[in-house]
Design a protein around this ligand. Structure first.
Ligand code: F6P
Length: 750
């Protein structure tokens, strides 16, 4: 009501004001009309008077009598209330007869002056008068002119009345228009508001079950497009400007995903329970995947489903196989999935690590494919799918499926939870179609992965290889422009998400200053303060190029013997997949190479290569990073390699040099490292020399640049970008579903 009044009153006033402004124009117009009417009237009066007047004028009576008679005639005629005065001018232009009120300003026309056709308006003290002269003729001869003066005050009265009516009329029209508008607006208002609110919430106007304002739909569509654009712009701006932190990630979960449920699924679990000396101990496995995802999970909470592979894992879980972690400050829970020895042998050691791992890495180790391994792989993937179904509290959770152990899982989840948003991330390289083509179950693997909503790789190169592989293997529609693959009715976005580490890394907080780390690590290794130290931290895996690294060290000592006794290399090698023959053989070869080189260049109290094949916790590894003058990452092929990023992150003193294989994903980001081809021993030896002699200023410049990159492109951004994409996708699906719903309603109504 208040709104209506606020609208009607101003509109009525506005129209009234317009009317008031228009009134003078109306005045002028009506005056013209009335003057024309008075001219006509004057002619009528003149023709009515003509005959008796001529009679009197041509009568032979005396002048005095004639005067009286003419006066009487004039008085009679003046009874018409609009006639004000009359006069008669003779042929010489002399006023011979007149009524009393003939104004002094009214004169006879001078002889020979042109006659006036139309009357004129005379402003007189009593008001306006209309004065006109009409010739009086007798038998074609002009006797004189009759002056007829009309009173125009009635026009002024009428004009004032008209003005008032016009103002009232406009005001009334205004009020009626406003009232109609308000009624329509009121009726539409709620529909609009509901639609606009829905739009702002990221839904569509079409969401209202029965849109009331059809005429507004084009506006709504524009508005919707605009909101989308703004939203996309905001995202891009946010992504480039935000410094990503656990809080930002939580914000995305809260606002963009509206608190939706998050499940992570991987083979490797983030915490392993073991018994040591009778005590239940917790260990963190050496795994790039765990390094990256654990901080994300700490920020997001949720459930992490993984293989319970620790010797004492069963002792730590509750009746639902759950355990809260991290032990010191529980933030999320692990759901452990149990596998039999045979299943683990077939699925993990066999198909995943003897088949898929060498298939995807170009490290010249032949993949082995066994049908029995494949069967276990399928069984275990189904087991994980079952666990996902059991753990999801809603029908549409966000499930983050990790790595090559679970390639079939996305489709299996899609079958069980069609509404789920499934993000699969492939932590290792994706090979070219020829290489992948040797896998007997390539079709099933691809079909499994294409159950994902989003499929992520570290680099665009891996995405392209995946597109090419699908192109060669399946009947699928690939759209490289939008980076999507449509297969079997499902759409998968294939995108690049380079993984990273948390910033600042948690293990750094407990570290001593660099000088203390240098001294402590050298002391522990039995090295003098002056000895330059290199470090390598890897799983003991043939893809890591450990033998190639040792060959480069050997070559350096050959070429520049002054480094003997003055340079040592600490190789931390976490035992990995040791049931596999290839890995056992690698360990033997690595040990042998270290022994041989140490035999060649070592001396009592000095070994150029210090090989530690054992598990180190993150604190110990970070102390070594801080103690080392250089870090060597010489992978033959690596999806990303987070050791490279960890080394840079550990060096808050901006010192140290990173030697990095060109075949890692990390080399695409960390271009200030000394980039090498690990197969080129001479080049790697030269890189070692450059690193050992690099001036502190240059070390600082390179470190500073790499550190700022890792700080910005940290793991929270990695996870955040994927989750934002998932949120966008979920929102789009919600809108799509609502549109379909609205169409169904329309059809039913039709
Ligand atoms: O970083 C690559 C990766 O394969 C991870 O996916 C895996 O968790 C890690 O290496 C360690 O391997 P595993 O889990 O077999 O010990």
């Amino acid at each position: 009501m208040r709104l209506s009044l606020r609208f009607i009153v101003p509109l009525a006033l506005a129209l009234g004001a317009i009317a008031y402004g228009v009134a003078p124009l109306v005045d002028q117009l009506t005056l013209k009309w009335f003057v024309r009417d008075l001219d006509i009237r004057r002619n009528l009066v003149a023709s009515a008077v003509q005959e008796p007047l001529v009679e009197l004028l041509t009568d032979n009576t005396r002048d005095r009598v004639r005067l009286q008679r003419v006066q009487a005639l004039f008085t009679r005629i003046l009874q018409d209330e609009r006639l004000y005065a009359l006069g008669f001018c003779d042929g010489a232009g002399k006023l011979v007869y007149r009524t009393a009120f003939l104004p002094a300003e009214v004169h006879c026309r001078a002889p020979g002056a042109p006659a006036e056709e139309a009357g004129r308006v005379l402003k007189h003290a009593g008001g306006a008068l209309h004065v006109g002269a009409t010739p009086v003729l007798a038998e074609g001869k002009q006797l004189g002119e009759l002056l007829i003066v009309h009173d125009m005050s009635f026009i002024e009265r009428r004009s004032a009345d008209t003005k008032t009516y016009i103002v009232y009329l406009f005001a009334a029209i205004g009020a009626v228009i406003a009232l109609i508008t308000v009624v329509i607006a009121e009726l539409s208002f709620r529909g609009w508001m509901a639609g606009i609110k829905a739009l702002i919430r990221g839904q569509s106007l079409a969401l209202s079950p029965e849109p009331k304002s059809r005429e507004l739909r084009p506006i709504a569509r524009d508005l919707e497009a605009m909101v989308r654009e703004l939203e996309a712009e905001r995202r891009q701006r946010d992504e480039s400007q935000i410094s990503w932190t656990p809080e930002n990630l939580r914000g995305i979960l809260r606002e963009d995903l509206k608190g939706d449920e998050i499940l992570i699924v991987s083979n490797r679990e983030p915490y392993i329970h073991v018994r040591e000396d009778g005590r239940l101990e917790v260990q963190r496995p050496a795994s790039g995947l765990v390094t990256a995802l654990e901080p994300v999970m700490r920020a997001c909470s949720g459930t992490w489903i993984a293989h319970g592979s620790g010797g004492a894992d069963r002792e730590a879980v509750d009746a639902q196989d759950h355990v809260m972690v991290p032990p010191e400050k529980p933030a999320y829970r692990i759901r452990r999935v149990w596998l039999s020895r045979e299943e683990e042998a077939g699925y993990y050691y066999g198909f995943a690590n003897e088949g898929m791992w060498p298939l995807c890495h170009i490290a010249h180790t032949r993949p082995v494919f066994r049908a029995s391994d494949w069967e276990h792989y399928r069984t275990v993937n189904r087991r994980f799918a079952q666990a996902v179904e059991q753990e999801s509290r809603t029908a549409n959770p966000i499930v983050l499926v990790q790595d090559y152990h679970l390639a079939l899982l996305p489709r299996l989840i899609r079958e069980r939870l069609p509404q789920a948003t499934i993000i699969a991330f492939w932590h290792i390289p994706w090979p070219n179609p020829e290489a992948f083509g040797v896998c007997p179950w390539r079709v099933e693997l691809l079909e499994g992965l294409l159950g994902s909503s989003i499929l992520g790789f570290h680099t665009q190169f891996h995405c392209n290889n995946f597109f090419d592989t699908v192109d060669r293997t399946l009947e699928a529609r690939i759209d490289r422009e939008t980076s999507t693959i449509s297969f079997g009715g499902d759409l998968t976005e294939v995108r690049r998400y380079p993984i990273s580490i948390e910033w600042p890394p948690a293990p750094l907080a407990a570290q001593a200053p660099v000088a203390e780390c240098r001294a402590a690590v050298r002391r522990a290794l039995g090295l003098g303060e002056e000895v330059r130290l290199g470090v390598g931290v890897d799983r003991l895996d043939y893809t890591k190029g450990i033998l190639e690294r040792f060959a480069a060290i050997e070559r350096l000592l050959e070429l520049e013997p002054h480094w003997i006794g003055r340079f040592a290399f600490l190789q931390i090698a976490a035992p990995s997949r040791s049931s596999i023959e290839e890995y056992q053989s690698l360990e033997a070869r690595v040990r042998a190479a270290a022994q041989r080189i140490n035999g060649r260049f070592g001396a009592p109290g000095y070994q150029p290569i210090v090989l530690k094949v054992e598990h180190h916790d993150a604190g110990e590894v970070y102390a070594c990073y801080r103690a080392a003058d250089l870090c060597c990452v010489s992978s033959l092929h690596d999806g990303m390699n987070l050791v490279a990023k960890e080394y840079v992150a550990a060096r808050d003193d901006e010192r140290g040099v990173l030697i990095l294989s060109q075949f890692t994903g990390a080399a695409r980001e960390l271009s200030e490292a000394l980039i090498v081809n690990p197969y080129d021993t001479e080049q790697c030896a030269a890189a070692l020399r450059v690193a050992l002699t690099m001036p502190p200023d240059e070390q600082r410049d390179r470190m500073r640049s790499m550190r700022s990159l890792i700080q910005e492109f940290n793991v929270y951004r990695w996870a955040g970008r994927m989750l934002l994409d998932a949120a966008r996708m979920r929102n789009r699906r919600r809108v799509g579903a609502a549109r379909v719903g609205a169409k169904v309603v329309d059809l039913r109504r039709a």
